[in-house]
Design a protein around this ligand. Structure first.
Ligand code: FMN
Length: 234
């Protein structure tokens, strides 16, 4: 079967993702980064049964450098907080349907923001900011890291409770990511240990925006995958 080629990126220069038809199966090559990554249509059906997925969900702190391919990144973002209904509602709930959480995506070539309506990633900053993905060393070399940012101005809850509601909304997205990872042979770690101040400054966030949590997504290191020991707080 011949090679087919689709350009998933607009507005970038050399930024293209190539799909190749090999041995009858469509294989998405790893994401090549650019100003705007228009992702392939996400897969919305099938996958591992829910109970099997729950049986394997876990936090992983050892990753290989292998990048996700375009299809997997697309499916991951949709599962995380994509639009799953015609009225614009999402795969994760949010208090009063505020949809106040944005997902910033740290890749080797820059920091992107997920635009659910276009199912695309818009680059906010070019450069390698992976050191900002988390304060723990494992987090700083994972190929894909999410940073969850809430815009409290968008919250439809009361001002006194908007931040706590946003944290709960964020947790639902994090669990979607954990389950997607478990069902697709990926690894993940939801993380509170991020430098919120440095991220807010780097991303030039507005006063109403809060950096909440981070999450690593990647492939485990085949030889070393194990949950690192947890230090218990006294
Ligand atoms: C709110 C929250 C914050 C967390 N922060 C971190 C963190 O900063 N670093 C980390 O390695 N894991 C973090 N985790 C992952 C937990 O340590 C992990 O879920 C817990 O040890 C249980 O392991 P399991 O997810 O494999 O069941 C966090 C989890 C949650 C829910």
């Amino acid at each position: 079967m011949g090679l087919t080629r689709r350009n998933f990126v607009t507005g970038g220069t050399a930024a293209v993702c190539v799909l190749s038809m090999a041995a009858g199966s469509l294989q998405a090559k790893p994401v090549v980064e650019g100003e705007r990554i228009v992702l392939p249509t996400p897969k919305k059906t099938g996958g591992m049964p829910l109970l099997d997925t729950l049986s394997t969900r876990k936090t992983t702190r050892v990753y290989s450098s292998r990048m996700l391919d375009a299809q997997t990144l697309s499916d991951l973002l949709w599962a995380a907080f994509g639009i799953n209904r015609e009225d614009g509602r999402r795969t994760a709930p949010s208090a009063l349907n505020s949809q106040e959480i944005q997902i910033f995506v740290i890749l080797e070539g820059g920091i992107y923001v997920y635009e659910p309506k276009d199912h695309a990633l818009e680059r906010k900053l070019a450069g390698d900011y992976r050191k900002l993905a988390g304060t723990q060393s494992y987090a700083q070399s994972v190929p894909v890291s999410f940073v969850y940012v809430a815009d409290l101005e968008k919250s439809l809850t009361s001002p006194e409770s908007s931040e706590s509601y946003a944290c709960v909304d964020c947790g639902f997205i994090g669990q979607n990511v954990y389950l997607f990872a478990a069902a697709n042979g990926l690894c993940s770690a939801f993380r509170g240990s991020i430098d919120r101040k440095a991220l807010a400054e780097t991303l030039k966030l507005k006063a109403s925006q809060r950096v909440l949590y981070g999450q690593s997504i990647g492939y485990g290191d085949e030889e070393k995958v194990q949950a690192a020991p947890i230090k218990l707080m006294k």
